[in-house]
Design a protein around this ligand. Structure first.
Ligand code: NAD
Ligand code: UD1
Length: 315
C-alpha cells in the first residue's frame, strides 16, 4: 500500500466477530490497530491518556480509562475478551533511564498481571516488544536469535516481556506472540521530549527550529511505517506460530544525520542541523533481518521511508 493512501481500515484481516482489547489504544500504534479491527469486531480500549488522545479512538470503541498497573482496571478491561493487543507502555528509552522503576512497573509487572487475566479468559495476547532488547548488536542485520544485551532499562523490561510471553505459552499453553518493533513512524505520532525522532524532526523542520541530532548522528535505525506494523499485528492475531517472537521492520536502516538531512529536504525547510550530547544508553547500530516474519507470518513491508515521509509532510 502507498503510504499516501494509508488507511488502517483497508489492511486485510481475517479477524471478525471477536471481542478485542487494545491497551494503549489511544496512542500512536494502538489507535491504528483499533482502526483496522473496529469495523468487524467489538473493540475495547484501555488507556490512561498519559500520551494517548481521545481523538485517536474510533467512535464505536468502548473505553476503559485507567492505569494498566491497576488490578481492578485490568479486571474490567479483560472481562470476556478473545484477543489482546498489548501496546500500553513507558515507550521512551530515555525516560526509562531516568525512571527505571516506573518502566519496570508498567512494562513488566503490569504485563504479568495482564497475562494472568488472559489465562482466565483463554485470550490470545499479541504484545509490543522492541528492537531495544538486542542492545548494541554484534552485527547487522539482526536475526531474532542474536544475543540480547539491552543497554537501557526499557530494553531490559521489553526483554522480560518478550520472555514472559514465550513462558506463558510454554507453561500454560496460552496463545502469545511478541512483535519486536524497530523504529515506528507515521500519522498521530506526537512530538514531545520523549517522542520518536521523526515526529521531533518534523516539528522542528516545520517550525524553522534547528534539528537536534544527538551525538555525531552516525547511529542508525530502521524506520518502519505504522501501516506495516498494523499488518504484522493482524497477522500475529491469527497465526498458528504462537509462543514465537518476530522482528518487525523494513530490513533497511539510515543514520540519524542522514534522516535529519532528508527531512529538511522533504519539508523544504531552512532549519540548520545541530549536534547535542549523545544519549546515555543509545545504541549505535540497528537494523533487523525480517525473514522470520516474512516466512512464518507472511509479513511484507510495503512503505519505503521516502514514501512514508512524503505522505507525512503532505498531511
Ligand atoms: P504511545 O505513547 O503513542 O502509546 C502508548 C499508549 O499507552 C498511550 O496511549 C498512553 O496513554 C498509554 N499508556 C501509557 N502508560 C499507560 C499506563 N500505565 N496505563 C494505561 N495506558 C498507558 O506509543 P507507541 O509508539 O504507540 O507505542 C506502542 C507500543 O509499541 C509500546 O509498547 C512501545 O514500547 C512499543 N514500541 C514502540 C516503538 C516506536 O518506535 N514507536 C518501537 C518499538 C516498540
Ligand atoms: C524507539 C522507541 C522505542 C522503541 C525503539 C525500537 C519512541 C519514543 N521510542 O526508541 O519505544 O522500542 O525505538 O528501536 O518511540 N534522536 C536525535 N534527536 C532527537 C531525538 C532522537 O538525534 O531529538 C536520536 C536518538 O539519540 C536515537 C535516534 O534518534 O539515536 C532514535 O531515537 P528515538 O526516536 O527516541 O528512538 P529509540 O531510542 O530508538
Amino acid at each position: 500500500m502507498d503510504a499516501s493512501e494509508f488507511s488502517a481500515e483497508a489492511i486485510p484481516s481475517e479477524l471478525s466477530g471477536e471481542t478485542i482489547l487494545i491497551t494503549g489504544g489511544a496512542g500512536f500504534i494502538g489507535s491504528h490497530i483499533a482502526d483496522a479491527v473496529a469495523p468487524d469486531n467489538t473493540v475495547r480500549i484501555l488507556d490512561d491518556f498519559s500520551t494517548g488522545s481521545r481523538e485517536n479512538v474510533p467512535d464505536d470503541a468502548e473505553v476503559v480509562e485507567g492505569d494498566v498497573r491497576d488490578g481492578e482496571v485490568l479486571d474490567e478491561a479483560m472481562a470476556g475478551v478473545d484477543l489482546v493487543f498489548h501496546e500500553a507502555a513507558v515507550v521512551s528509552v530515555q525516560r526509562s533511564t531516568e525512571q527505571p522503576a516506573l518502566s519496570h512497573e508498567v512494562n513488566v509487572e503490569a504485563t504479568i498481571q495482564l497475562l494472568e487475566r488472559a489465562r482466565e479468559e483463554d485470550a490470545r495476547v499479541v504484545a509490543a516488544s522492541s528492537s531495544a532488547i538486542y542492545g548494541e548488536p554484534e552485527s547487522v542485520p539482526i536475526p531474532e536469535t542474536a544475543p540480547k544485551t539491552p543497554s537501557s532499562p526499557y530494553g531490559l523490561d521489553k526483554l522480560s516481556l518478550d520472555h514472559y510471553l514465550r513462558l506463558y505459552h510454554d507453561l500454560y499453553d496460552l496463545d502469545t506472540v511478541a512483535l519486536r518493533y524497530f523504529n515506528v513512524y507515521g500519522p498521530r505520532q506526537t512530538a514531545g521530549d520523549y517522542s520518536g525522532v521523526i515526529s521531533i524532526f518534523r516539528q522542528q523542520a516545520t517550525d524553522g527550529e534547528p534539528l537536534t541530532v544527538d551525538g555525531d548522528g552516525t547511529q542508525t535505525r530502521d524506520f518502519v511505517h505504522v501501516s506495516d506494523v498494523v499488518q504484522a499485528n493482524l497477522l500475529a492475531a491469527t497465526t498458528d506460530r504462537v509462543g514465537e517472537a518476530f522482528n518487525v521492520g523494513t530490513g533497511s536502516s539510515i543514520s540519524i544525520r542522514e534522516l535529519a538531512e532528508t527531512i529538511r529536504e522533504v519539508a523544504d525547510s531552512e532549519s540548520e542541523i545541530v549536534h547535542t550530547d549523545p544519549r546515555p544508553g543509545d545504541v549505535e547500530e540497528s537494523c533487523p533481518n525480517v525473514s522470520k516474519a516474512s516466512d512464518q507470518l507472511g509479513y511484507s513491508p510495503t512503505t519505503t521511508l521516502a514514501a512514508g515521509l512524503e505522505s507525512l509532510f503532505a498531511e
